[in-house]
Design a protein. Structure first.
Length: 338
């Protein structure tokens, strides 16, 4: 299992999953190193897969007094007979076609669970891209690009331009902006699949020509800014945005974090509250931006969103304090619910 984590960090995903499968043949319960006297014991229900398949809780509880047990649930199998004692349980299984049957089983298993449950499976299923649109499209002050799940022929009828990606892909994998049917045919050739998520393309460039993506963790209904990525390309990812190479971008991120609670958060409070209420998740991560007319633009809401404090402190000296606020909020959520 340790090799699984190491190989993932090295982008050796196939090899990593092979190591995980070998580990799960031996045991399904793994304890993340924690304190000798934990203040709270958290049990996470996991599915086999990489770090995009489950909520990466390890980063949220690092260096805290929370004990974290990861219990992997294998497809087609019942709950194991031995379940470690815990103060509360959290569904870390992410929404996907692959995990649909497992989430349905968890609905039944957790109905009368003897401990408090965070991120109930019926709420996790609301993170499907087309479901997020259906739940939130009419929220005042919020823009959610029209998102549909389509087959190839249906996608060919969609109004250009749009973005498309195979269902169950994450992190920008297989995501492309389509401006012509020729581009769409080339996309299908490179990414064969049964179904695709097709979303209206919204031009969200700022006046300086750059694109800005905010990653916000909603923890017990409260928003925490975990990064601001600034890129010259419409598909914004923190690692490819060159934040480590541009002191001006880092200065803007630091300022956004410092002002977040009384600026961004206040301006979009109504929309953020509606997202919390309609999704019904205790912990969810939003990737979002702002439209040119000042509305909140939501790209994704996902319980598997990755927030962390692993950026080098010499380049990002402002980040640890703000990330610790989010980690403290997660710990407070655990203590409150337990």
């Amino acid at each position: 299992m340790q090799m699984f984590y190491v190989l993932q960090a090295l982008d050796q995903h196939s090899f990593a999953l092979d190591m995980q499968a070998r580990a799960l043949q031996q045991r399904c319960l793994y304890r993340i190193a924690g304190p000798a006297q934990p203040a709270i014991r958290l049990l996470a229900l996991m599915s086999p897969g990489d770090m995009l398949d489950n909520t990466p809780l390890e980063f949220l509880i690092e260096n805290s007094d929370v004990q974290l047990d990861l219990l992997y649930l294998l497809p087609g199998q019942k709950l194991p007979k031995y379940i470690p004692d815990h103060d509360l349980v959290m569904v870390a299984v992410g929404e996907s076609d692959k995990n649909h049957s497992l989430l349905m089983s968890l609905d039944a298993w957790l109905t009368d669970w003897p401990r408090p449950v965070l991120n109930r499976p019926q709420s996790v299923r609301r993170c499907a891209r087309e479901t997020v649109f259906q739940l939130l499209y009419d929220v005042p002050g919020l823009v959610v690009p029209t998102t549909r799940r389509l087959g190839r022929e249906q996608a060919r009828q969609a109004t250009l331009p749009f973005t498309i990606r195979p269902v169950d892909t994450q992190g920008g994998n297989g995501l492309m902006k389509i401006d012509s049917l020729a581009e769409l045919d080339a996309f299908f050739a490179r990414h064969p699949a049964t179904d695709y998520h097709v979303a209206d393309y919204v031009d969200y460039r700022s006046d300086d020509g750059c694109y800005r993506k905010f990653r916000i963790a909603l923890i017990d209904g409260q928003p925490y800014l975990c990064h601001l990525a600034i890129s010259e390309h419409w598909m914004v990812h923190y690692r490819s945005a060159g934040m480590n190479l541009d002191a001006g971008k880092r200065a803007e991120e630091a300022d956004a974090m410092a002002r977040f609670d009384y600026d961004f958060s206040q301006r979009h409070q109504q929309a953020l509250n509606a997202i919390t209420a309609r999704l019904g998740l205790d912990y969810v991560v939003l990737d979002c931006s702002q439209t040119r007319d000042g509305r909140l633009l939501l790209f994704e809401a996902d319980s598997r969103g990755w927030i962390h404090a692993t950026d080098p402190v010499d380049l990002f000296p402002y980040k640890p304090a703000f990330m610790q606020k989010a980690f403290n909020a997660f710990r407070s959520l655990l203590l409150k619910r337990a």
